[in-house]
Design a protein around this ligand. Sequence first.
Ligand SMILES: [Zn+2]
Length: 233
Amino acid sequence: MNETFSLYRLQQLDSQRIQRLKRIKQIDQIIASDKAVQKAQAIVQRATDALTESDNDLENLRKKVEEKVLKLKLTQAKLFGGKISATKELQDLQAESEALRRTIKTLEDEQMKLMEINDSCQDAKKTAESDLQRLLNQKASENSLLLGEREKLKSQLPRINSQRDALKNQFDEKLLEEYEALFKSKGGVAVAEIFDGSCKACGVELSPTDIQHASNPKVIMKCKSCGRILYKI
Ligand SMILES: [Zn+2]
């Protein structure tokens, strides 16, 4: 196998892969960072929070009413149970019943108000959600070009990945490790083409001997300046 050529080919596949992944990420960021969408999402969140708070208020009030109604029932049972005959005690129970009725009435009035608030919270949430959905639909068509590009890039990845995996299997482990270490430390470019007598990655001029060595498929020649593996096209 022509190792230098295979390394160069692996470099090409890796570059294609990384370019696509970068662009996909960029497109995702463009779509996610849309200010109008973020604003609409925040409005939905606030409306949801307000509704949850209103639901809790209503539930607490419902429990209070329930408690007072139960207390009234007990007082009434005592009052009409026939076991108490002392006038003073009966009068007290009567007064307590009246007081409880008044409290219940006040709580129920409050409940009506809270229900109205709850209704408007529900309406606000529905409106905010449909506004967001409308905006998302609008953005989807605006972003259809970007999404189309994203889709295309994504569909190219499996082929690149499988070619890359197949190629990687051909290398001996040590050489592959060397390539990967260079790839990491040299900003994603482990193999540099020789272009016009120079290393295309760092621009240093190469001696004719270096170029001759680099042209030999059996020799792994590295740039003396940047350390990348050189490839003569
Ligand atoms: Zn170089």
